[in-house]
Design a protein around this ligand. Sequence first.
Ligand code: BG6
Length: 479
Amino acid sequence: MINTKYPEGFLWGAATSAYQVEGAALTNGKKASQQDIINQENYETRGFATADIASDHYHHFREDIALMKEMGFTTYRFSIAWSRVFPEGVGPVNEEGIQFYRDLIDELLKNGIEPIVTLYHYDLPWALVRKYNGWLNREVVADFEYYASYIIEEFKNKVKYWTTINEQSIIVQFWTQKCFIPKTLQSNNQLRYQINHHMNLAHAIACKLVHEKVPNGLVGAAIGYAPVYPLTSKPEDVMAAQNAHDLHNGYYLDIYFKGIYTKSAMIYLESKGLAPKIEPGDMELMKEGYSDFLALNYYASECAKACPEEEELRFAGVNWTGVKGAMDGHERQPGFFQMCTNPNLDTTDWDWAIDPTGLEYIFRDIYMRYNKPLIITENGLGAFDQLTEDGRIHDDYRINYLREHIKAMKKAMDFGVEVIAYCPWSAMDLLSTSNGVKKRYGFIYVDRTDDDAKECKRLKKDSFYWYQKVIESNGMDLD
Ligand code: BG6
C-alpha cells in the first residue's frame, strides 16, 4: 500500500463559527443577527442556550488562541459576524466590531496560525430581515457585496484562505433554523431554492472580490456534503441515489466549479414548481465567480431509495433530543428519491451515520471530477461529554471518530487527492445549531450548561492531548 507523508505545509487546526462561540451578542455596537432571534426562540421552546454568551469567545479569544497554539494548530477556521461589523447590515462600520476581528487575526498570525475566514455562517443581520425578509429578497445580494467587499479589503494582506457561504445545501434542508422565515411563507418550498440562488450570486461575487483584491488569495464555498448510497442494489434504488446526489451535491458543486445548474436536478425542480427564478446575467456571474478549492463539512453519509410519485414532498427531519432514533422523519422528493436510514452503519446519539469511508469516497469522487484542492472545514462528533470528578473529560469516542476520519482522508490523499487542511469541528465546545450546548464537539471543554453560562471556564479534554500528538507527528501518530 502506498503510504506517503503529508505534504509540506499541510495545515492542521479546527473550526468554529461566530454566533456559535463569540457571545457578546449585543456588545460594543453589535446588533442582533437572525441567529440571536432564532436561538432565543429555541431557548423558549426547547430550553437550549441562547447565542447571548455562547462560549464567550469574544472575551476569551486570547486564551483560546493560546490553547490552539498549545495543541499545535497551524490554522483556524472561523467566521465573521456581519452584524458586529455592520450592525444595520449596511451603512457605517462599527469600529469596535471590526477591531475585534483585527485583534483576533493579529493574535492568530502572531502565534503562527493561518486564518481561514468564512464570510457568512448563518448569521444575517436582523436589520436586513426586518427590512426586506433577508435572503428571501434579492436585495440582500447587493448588501452582501457591500459587507464582503469591506471585509476582504480590510484583511487582504493578512488572510489568504477565504470561504464564502457556509453550507448552502443544509440551509435548503433546514431553512427555518438557518434563516429566519416568517411563518406565513414556510409552506412555500420554492423559496428554499430561491434563497439558494441568491446565495449562489453572493458566493460568486465574493469569489470575484477575492480574486481582484487578495494577492495569492484562494476562495471557495464551504459545503455540507454527504455521499448518497443506495439502500439496496435494486436498480430503482441506485437511480434514486443518483437523483439525490444530483439534487444534494451536484446542484452545488456544478455552480461552484462550472457555473451551471445540474440539469437533472433543475428539470426535477421545474417539474415540481420549485425551481429558482433566474435573471439575465446571473449565470454569467456564476461562471466568473469560480472557486479555487472546495471546503467540505463532512459528518455523515446518507442513504436513499426509490420514492413513489404520489408521496408528499417533505424535507429532512431533526433529532432534537439526542435520544437515538428520535429523528422526526426523512426527506422525500416524490418520483425522484427518499432518504432513509442506512442499516449498515452505527449512528451518533443524534442519528447521524458514522462513516469514515464516506469521507474517502467523497474526496476521491470530488477530486477526480473537478480536479480542485479540498479543505476539511468541519468533521466531528457531537456527544454528551461528562466532566468527571478528576476535572477531566474522557472523550475516547471522539478520538476514535477523528482517528478513523483522518485515516480515511490520508487514504484518499495516497490515491492522489490534494488536501490543503484538516479543520475538525470544533476547536472548543459551542452552541450547536439545533441542540443547544449539551451536544459538544470541542477539543476544549467550555464549562457551561444550557441553563447556566457560569464562567465558561476552559478545560482540556483527552482529545486535546491526542490531537496535540497528531499534529506534532504531522498526522503519523494517531494512537
Ligand atoms: C454544520 C454547521 O452543519 O454542522 C455547524 O456548519 C454546525 O454550524 C455543525 O454546528 C454541527 O451541527 P449541529 O446541529 O450539531 O450543531
